[in-house]
Design a protein around this ligand. Sequence first.
Ligand SMILES: Cc1cc2nc3c(=O)[nH]c(=O)nc-3n(C[C@H](O)[C@H](O)[C@H](O)COP(=O)(O)OP(=O)(O)OC[C@H]3O[C@@H](n4cnc5c(N)ncnc54)[C@H](O)[C@@H]3O)c2cc1C
Ligand code: SF4
Length: 333
Amino acid sequence: MINADYRVATSAGEAVALKRRHPDAAFIGGGTNLVDLMKADVARPRLLIDVTRLPLQNVVALRDGGLRIGALARNSDMANDPLVRSQYPLLSQALLAGASPQLRNMATAGGNLLQRTRCYYFYDTGFAECNKRTPGSGCAAREGHNRIHAILGASPQCVATHPSDMAVALAALRATVRVLGPDGERQIALADFYRLPGDAPQRDTQLAPDELIVAIDLPPPRFARGAHYLKVRDRASYAFALVSVAAALDVADDGIVRDAALALGGVAHKPWRVPAAEQALIGRRLDAAGIEKAGDILLAGNAPLAHNGFKVELARRSIERALLTAVAQGGRT
Ligand SMILES: Cc1cc2nc3c(=O)[nH]c(=O)nc-3n(C[C@H](O)[C@H](O)[C@H](O)COP(=O)(O)OP(=O)(O)OC[C@H]3O[C@@H](n4cnc5c(N)ncnc54)[C@H](O)[C@@H]3O)c2cc1C
Ligand code: SF4
């Protein structure tokens, strides 16, 4: 039986103060990941702080031309928001590629960012070895069934991948995460928000335990056209990415790429973006050599495990397809 108290937070400040007073508490958004983890006995919060009534549900235009997405905006509302659809189609596509309509109706922006890995061994307490669940216990996936695991940035302690589709698009779009803690608000670039596992894989992000995500900010749109989120998975729906690519291009009338955004999902403990790969595409026509170079840069240092070597070639081909589709979406070739 799950035995936890439940409080509804009436302000963001109250939510943070409650969390500070109760280190064994957890914020709960849509609950679509946290409740599953509680049922599996992986998460054991003693207090659930329901943040869904906080006035953080809207998507609003910013003065600088960017967009602020409240942390409690539901994934389906974000995906269908007129500004997101017209100005940030990459984000809308990534959201719609995730989960199912029912789950997207429940899931919140903040909860989506903080969903935990889908490594089977993390969810199955029948396996004692999982450094992410029980620090110091080992990693069952490293020598086990590791088809879905990381090919980049892993450590001997953990080879898990981050599962969020939304986060991959946000990384490509250079989003920032706004968080509220006991000392006030701060912003963290999405590129710095997630951690590589290193020797502390129990920590997915740079967030302090008593910090609440309040919003996601997007810079002014640069890729209102010419964006494509490609997700390759075992089933056409209701499945996590084996590899995904968030690709967006701004191509001038003469065919020269003026700007590029590129990030991979399903390959590492965080969305995988290497700015040099985008630079390799800029200032030239999109051709096979440029695409290959971008792929080489993104995949440099890859270290597949026994069962996931296929992801390297899959990522290369997916990068090519996503970029070519992005150009076609932009109406220019
Ligand atoms: C069957 C299934 C299939 C799925 N398929 C996909 C998929 O293909 N792609 C994909 O991207 N996702 C997929 N998901 C995951 C889904 O997107 C997440 O479960 C969801 O986005 C989590 O959001 P939530 O609001 O329900 O989070 P919750 O479960 O409420 O919370 C998740 C975590 O975030 C913390 N949290 C929540 N809100 C805040 C906040 N504002 N500040 C700080 N901490 C917070 C919680 O404490 C918890 O640790 C799938 C889920 C299921 C069950
Ligand atoms: S890959 Fe990470 S989450 Fe999976 S078993 Fe190893 S330590 Fe646990």
